[in-house]
Design a protein around this ligand. Sequence first.
Ligand SMILES: [Ca+2]
Length: 261
Amino acid sequence: MNRQFATLARCSILALACGLGAGAEAAIPVYAFMVKHSYPHDSGAFTQGLYIKDGVLFESTGMKGESSIRRVQLETGRVLQKKDIAAEYFGEGIAPVGNEIVALTWTSKLGFVFDAKTLTLKRKFNYGGEGWGLTSNGKDVYMSDGTAAIRVLDSATLSEKRRIQVSADGKPITMLNELEWVEGQLFANVWGSDVIARIDPVSGNVVGWIDLTGLADKSWPARGTDDVLNGIAYDAVHKRLFVTGKRWPKLFEIELVERTR
Ligand SMILES: [Ca+2]
């Protein structure tokens, strides 16, 4: 995707989030953020997947030759354990399923299942189309593929059960990327924007927009156009929400604040 298209995508999503888009009269709530804590994050990590389990952060990275699965210490950003993905694959999202980690690749139509403790590869699986984001709720696995559809996969077989068509005010929302299950909703980064969509997993309706404009600090070293917001992790035990981006030097715990119009 080129920079011009990414800019257009960003503007159109923010217009929707700001209630400026045609048909936005339904007034989907917009949430701003407050930073509660910031933590170091590996600025070499092209973040593709992020989740937290038992207080430990798990992260996947992309780019051919740089893809990996990592166990990360939240407070320091230190990589405690790392499993490299073969250089021919471009790593994408990850999700926990029991004692395993399910991982996607972008265009290889191939997924991996790792042991969550040892990070050893246990098996592979196939799917059609592209692999983007992944999350799980302990029952099902949810997968994005760059379109407005989120696939629902069976946790045991990782075969597709159905699809959720995501829309806001009747308009399909494409480019859904990194996912997170948060208190019964699906949170999805919209690729190339500073926006996270809050999605009702039953209807597919966007029921909230989170506008993270300004979270990436302009004082950071110059970043590439691909170094966008991507990475949502929710600690359900302590109700903490974390976000980061590709090659961002920081990972943030944020609190959402509904914006009044
Ligand atoms: Ca996630």
